[in-house]
Write a protein that binds this ligand. Structure first.
Ligand SMILES: Cc1cc2nc3c(=O)[nH]c(=O)nc-3n(C[C@H](O)[C@H](O)[C@H](O)COP(=O)(O)OP(=O)(O)OC[C@H]3O[C@@H](n4cnc5c(N)ncnc54)[C@H](O)[C@@H]3O)c2cc1C
Length: 460
């Protein structure tokens, strides 16, 4: 089998990319290992994430399917009274800020809708698992697929392979195609989550008290919870904490989860008067990583397939779908003959994406390392710029780096360092913290003797 573009992974990244490619006149093949609908985490979207869906002409479907609309995020500090609210916003063509809404999604429904939509617009779905890439002339030339229906191996040749495999980081884990995969700064944390019913939501009188907003409960550094309405009844609730804390409790994941719902934060407990779970309790450790050299001859990794930092401000869906939007015209030009002779035909795209996610990393690091200065920037000093970053407007054409970001870089002692790293692809896509905390560097090294959270946890 042959195709111009082969997409590995039919999650939101793969499906959105496929739809943008179809707009460019390219009909890709999407290989997905699982049969949809299937459970997945990652349910709250930013303003820029919602804009991608609007750009794809999917807004009507999103409203019709009653995915809850989100008007903002309310963050509860250590005391239930200390809250701050970040409204969902957009920017018009004159860069004027306006109030907007975006969505929260039950991923089983949303991912199925996205994949079906991509197929109805011209993508070809194949159910199967990508086993290994095909190689030729120093380039990736396709992939070998284990077909779900026959269990047989089949080669699919492509001019461009897009790795949209999410946290499976398919290409990076095979080794030798991308650069090394580094553990990220938030690696030694763990997320434990499920879905609950019979919760108390806000009354909906203002944007801040809209009943379907995402709520965040901060207990202390690296220990927090989320509350994301998925429909009129069901709410996704998750707890994030250091893995060491989880291990220390010596509880089953279910017991740990239920106790945390009561103890993490008084406001979270108040909102769940009677704990009734309607989904299994899921656990994800090791979700923070970064892949160096994630584009190259014949391949591009998209979204989680090359980098994920920390879930607290819900950037994952935004990044993966936006990268798909950015890359589609670049792939069209490549198929028409552009950059064919370059060692990395997608080097500019790689740097562009990485600079955007670095903005997120600096925002997240500032939040955890300098919470008071961060709050000051949100409340008064740089409110508009902060709104942009929370909305996922993080790329160079979106006026980044803003003065707010530059002040965070100063605070983090990273002034100049980022710019310096962009001069060579050997320097960026390496977790920046390792340069400032040499004692922690080992956890970022490939084959590090320092244990990962997965190893710490052992079989449970
Ligand atoms: C605890 C936690 C909470 C999060 N909360 C949020 C949130 O609130 N908001 C948000 O925006 N993001 C959130 N995220 C991030 C979000 O989950 C991801 O960014 C998002 O799912 C990435 O989409 P994707 O399409 O790139 O990958 P995925 O959604 O993971 O899709 C990848 C697909 O590839 C398939 N696949 C994998 N390997 C193969 C293979 N070899 N062959 C064929 N198919 C394959 C998989 O079956 C899967 O369907 C969270 C992440 C974590 C860890």
């Amino acid at each position: 089998m042959k195709t111009d573009v082969l997409i590995i992974g039919g999650g939101p990244g793969g499906s959105a990319t496929a739809m943008f490619l179809v707009r460019e006149g390219i009909k890709p093949i999407i290989v997905e290992a699982e049969s949809f609908p299937r459970y997945h985490i990652g349910e709250s979207m930013t303003g820029a994430g919602g804009k991608v869906l609007r750009d794809l002409g999917l807004a009507d479907q999103m409203y019709k399917r009653k995915h809850p609309t989100k008007q903002g995020v309310k963050v509860y500090g250590q005391s239930a009274k200390g809250t701050w609210f970040v409204p969902v916003t957009g920017r018009d063509e004159n860069w004027k800020l306006f109030e907007w809404d975006t969505w929260q999604v039950r991923r089983s429904d949303f991912d199925k809708m996205m994949l079906e939509e991509a197929v109805s617009r011209g993508a070809t779905p194949i159910q199967g698992k990508a086993v290994k890439p095909l190689k030729g002339n120093g380039s990736i030339t396709g992939a070998q697929i284990r077909m779900a229906d026959s269990d047989k191996l089949e080669d699919i040749e492509s001019q461009v392979l897009l790795d949209c495999s999410g946290q499976a980081t398919w290409l990076a884990n095979l080794g030798g195609f991308t650069g090394p995969k580094y553990l990220g700064a938030y690696d030694k944390q763990i997320a434990i989550f499920s879905q609950v019913v019979n919760t108390i939501r806000d009354n909906g009188g203002t944007r801040e008290t809209h009943k379907d907003n995402t709520l965040i409960f901060y207990q202390k550094k690296y220990h927090w919870g989320w509350f994301i309405p998925l429909d009129e009844e069901v709410v996704s609730v998750g707890i994030v904490c250091p893995s060491a804390y989880f291990l220390d409790k010596k509880e089953s994941k279910r017991d740990f989860y239920i106790r945390e719902l009561r103890e993490l934060h008084p406001e979270l407990s108040r909102r769940i008067p009677e704990i009734k779970l309607v989904e299994d309790v899921h656990v994800i450790p090791n979700y923070s990583y970064q892949v160096n050299g994630f584009c190259g001859k014949g391949f591009i990794c998209i979204g989680d397939a090359h980098r994920f930092i920390d879930p607290i401000f819900s950037f994952g869906l935004t990044v993966t779908m936006r990268e798909g939007q950015f890359v589609a015209p670049i792939i069209r030009r490549y198929l028409e003959g552009a950059n064919r002779d370059k060692p990395n035909p997608f080097a500019d795209h790689q740097l562009f994406c990485e600079m955007g996610i670095d903005v997120l990393e600096d925002v997240l690091d500032s939040f955890w390392e300098h919470p008071l200065s961060f709050a000051h920037c949100v409340y008064s000093r740089y409110t508009e710029y902060m709104t942009d970053m929370f909305a996922g407007r993080i790329y160079a054409h979106e006026r980044q780096p803003t003065p707010a970001l530059l002040s965070f870089r100063k605070l983090l002692n990273r002034e100049g360092e980022r710019e310096q790293s962009y001069k060579s692809s050997d320097l960026y896509s390496i977790p920046i913290g390792s340069r400032y905390h040499p004692e922690r560097a080992a956890i970022w090294e490939v084959n590090s003797p320092v244990e990962t959270t997965e190893t710490w946890m052992g079989p449970r």
